[in-house]
Ligand binder design. Structure first.
Ligand code: 173
Length: 327
């Protein structure tokens, strides 16, 4: 063998060996694992859609994308998950725009609109919200729930749109409205509401129509105030760097699941709400129904104060969001 041929052989061999070594590495690089956390306790109503999603993605996404679900608020407290996402401690959170309002107050806007998620995808509102979220290092990936309203639940009888003297549990979504009604408000994560009611820290709470029973709140609840207000929202939010890093195949899979989630949402929540109304009734939760004039006053306050809050917190984007979402 000439020295040259020897060299060539050796080189070829080395290249082949390197390729053999690199192959499994390349295959691994195709699969990404997203570390995910849940702002709701595992197994509870607003956790379940997400938990089904994790299972489906993990089944279909082998070799492409896997979700490592590290748990609920015990892993990271509900109101700290936004910062954990932003700093990359976790890659995805099943949360709400309400829980990440400390970072993106503009997100509350999608609760204060009557537009559906499908409409907001179409008319560019979600793209606009994402432009704002991306400036904060977050990406609004998918809505995991819509189609029910929020209510005031109380242990004290309420007969007018004035809650002076009442102590109410809030999340950011309700703050301005309940304060406008004269209530004292305390922000409490869902996992601590039961104890707060038990100890009399609060007389009641804001919450969507569904999801009381898995946390046993019916035992601590006497009244639900009608009408409901706003449009409840639960969503999957992703760390922006991670979102950008996904390759086209990984995105395609997530896109498919986003569409599935958002297509199923409304029907699923609607069906559950009918059952929930009966169940709350059977559990002895009485409905306080405002007369039409009081209801109007109550709802006007809800929307006016909600939007005023968005605009106060975001003079730049707030007015544009209001204009786009209250058409
Ligand atoms: O905690 C809340 O009341 C809240 O903001 C919320 C939003 C969506 C679903 C459940 C709770």
């Amino acid at each position: 063998m000439s020295p040259n041929r020897f060299k060539r052989h050796t080189l070829l061999g080395l290249c082949m060996a390197a390729a053999a070594l690199a192959a499994p590495l390349a295959a691994q690089a195709q699969e990404i694992t997203l570390k995910a956390v849940n702002a709701f306790q595992e197994g509870t109503y607003y956790a379940r859609n997400f938990e089904r999603f994790v299972k489906k993605v993990n089944d279909e996404g082998k070799g492409l994308i896997q979700i490592n679900y590290i748990g609920g608020p015990k892993a990271i407290p509900t109101f700290e998950q936004g910062n954990a996402l932003r700093s990359g401690v976790v890659d995805m959170s099943n949360t709400t725009t309400s829980f990440v309002a400390g970072i993106v107050p503009e997100g509350l806007a999608i609760n204060y609109t009557n537009q559906t998620m499908a409409e907001m995808r179409k008319n560019g509102a979600i793209d606009y919200l994402n432009k704002i979220m991306m400036e904060k290092g977050l990406y609004y990936y998918a809505r995991t729930g819509e189609g029910v309203q929020y209510y005031i639940y109380s242990n004290k009888r309420i007969d007018k749109a004035d809650l002076t003297g009442l102590k109410l549990r809030i999340a950011p979504i309700y703050r301005d409205f309940f304060q406008k009604l004269g209530a004292n408000v305390v922000q409490i994560a869902p996992g601590e509401v039961y104890t707060a009611l038990e100890r009399g820290v609060v007389d009641g709470y804001g919450w969507p129509l569904t999801g009381l029973f898995d946390q046993n709140w019916q035992k601590m609840t006497k009244f639900r105030v009608e009408p409901g207000f706003y449009n409840a929202e639960v969503s999957l939010v992703v760390n922006l760097d991670v979102w950008k890093k996904l390759n086209p195949k990984q995105r395609e899979l997530l896109q498919k699941h986003m569409l599935e989630l958002e297509a199923d949402n409304t029907a699923y929540w609607k069906k559950n709400s009918e059952d929930e109304v009966k169940r709350q009734d059977q559990a002895g939760i009485q409905v306080i129904k405002f007369d039409p004039a009081t209801a109007k006053q109550y709802l006007d306050k809800a929307y006016d104060s909600g939007w005023a809050g968005v605009i106060k917190n975001s003079p730049e984007y707030g007015p544009k969001l209001k204009q786009a979402l209250t058409k």
